[in-house]
Design a protein around this ligand. Structure first.
Ligand code: MN
Ligand code: MN
Length: 383
């Protein structure tokens, strides 16, 4: 054993060092004239989490269930929260220091307000299929407007973020010295004493009236960049086995750190083998079921089955496919942690190479290579 491999053995081989360790081990083996040492790679980690089966945060006005790195360790770059608000209930005024917030309205309607660092403000109503994007640090609040309350899926561009631990207005006012609050807001000490003594987080409220409400400062400039995007109104990309509604920063300029997709798969459909060069892929299963197979190099694969309320995570650059299962169509909300969408399919890769190279690479005849696809196939219909 060389000094280098001994050293690695003593130090332990971290994941980061696996590649250099392998290279050193094979150099050592070939120098000794022996067969390359069999290297053990860690098996691929689990990439499925049942977010809706959690208790999460429960209060009289609503609930929140999280999938952060604390619950779902592989999901380093994206966190998800399933939030429900009772009629009139509000997610109080707050901001997130660590992450931008994306959301997709699943059921019901809500009204959101958001203030931007340039002193502008936007108020908008959101219904099923609508999304919002609040850049990191922008102050916002939400209120359920429909008689049955609402349910929305939140996505954040940082897995280490926690919805429970964000910056709420009541928490700040309750913990700052009262004299400072009084002086800062230009109000009396007795007026400060009227504020809540602790964070409200999700609290009861009155259902706001229909139509636009006036902002307190009627002269405030409306936000010049909308925080709202109606994903279900985006013309979908249609394939034989399903369709995709895609929104990246191209369609929604404010949404610089995420791309969102709603994918509908017909029974028996399959999304072809592909990978994303520069983004992780996060899933939330709205309806139906699917099997996802991931390829993690060195002979490693892992397959998981998903159904309603499950969350999935595919690491950047890992090969994968999605196979619809069951008789009901499958609907998946997908996030990528980049505002630009990128993908490469196995099919188009094969089209971008000369036949002779593929014949040699696969030890296949020319006629066998002629059968291979040349372009993206997208979502395939039931075979
Ligand atoms: Mn928020
Ligand atoms: Mn993908």
């Amino acid at each position: 054993m060389s000094e280098e491999t001994k050293h690695l053995k003593t130090e332990g081989i971290s994941r980061r060092n696996v590649f250099s360790a392998v290279a050193l081990a094979s150099v050592a083996a070939s120098q000794a004239g022996a067969a390359p040492a069999e290297t053990k790679f860690e098996p691929l980690p689990g990439f499925k989490f049942d977010i809706e089966n959690q208790t999460g945060w429960q209060g009289p006005a609503g609930s929140a269930k999280e999938a952060t790195v604390a619950e779902f360790p592989i999901s380093q770059s994206i966190a998800g929260v399933s939030m429900r608000l009772k009629p009139g209930a509000m997610r109080e005024l707050h901001w997130h220091s660590l992450a931008a917030e994306w959301a997709y309205m699943l059921e019901g309607t809500c009204r959101g307000t958001v203030v931007t660092p340039n002193g502008q403000s936007e108020m908008a109503d959101f219904g099923p299929g609508d999304t919002w994007y609040f850049p990191r640090g922008h102050g916002h609040a939400l209120q359920a407007t429909s008689p049955n309350g609402c349910h929305f899926l939140l996505g954040f561009d940082n897995g280490h973020f926690s919805e429970y631990g964000t910056f709420s207005i009541t928490d700040w006012i309750a913990t700052a010295p009262p004299a400072v609050v009084a002086r800062s807001l230009g109000i009396s000490a007795s007026a400060v004493a009227q504020f809540p003594k602790k964070e409200v987080y999700i609290g009861p409220g009155r259902v706001p009236p229909p139509g636009t409400e006036n902002l307190r400062d009627g002269a405030m400039q409306p936000s010049q960049f909308s925080h709202k995007y109606r994903l279900d109104h985006q013309p979908p990309r249609v394939f034989p086995g399903g369709r995709e509604f895609v929104v990246s920063s191209k369609e929604f300029p404010l949404q610089t750190t995420l791309t969102a997709v709603r994918m509908d798969l017909q029974p028996g459909a399959m999304q072809e083998l592909h990978w994303h060069p520069h983004a992780d892929e996060w899933h939330y299963y709205v309806k139906g079921r699917a099997r996802v197979g991931v390829f993690g190099s060195h002979g490693r694969t892992r397959t998981e089955e998903f159904g309603p309320g499950h969350v999935g995570f595919i690491q950047q650059g890992y090969g994968h496919y999605i196979e619809q299962i069951g008789d009901e169509p499958t609907e998946i909300l997908i996030l990528f942690n980049s505002g630009e969408y990128q993908a490469i399919s196995l099919a188009s890769w094969l089209g971008g190479n000369p036949s002779t190279l593929l014949e040699d690479n696969f030890s296949l005849s020319k006629s066998a290579v002629e059968q291979l696809p040349k372009r993206d196939r997208g979502i395939l219909a039931k075979g």
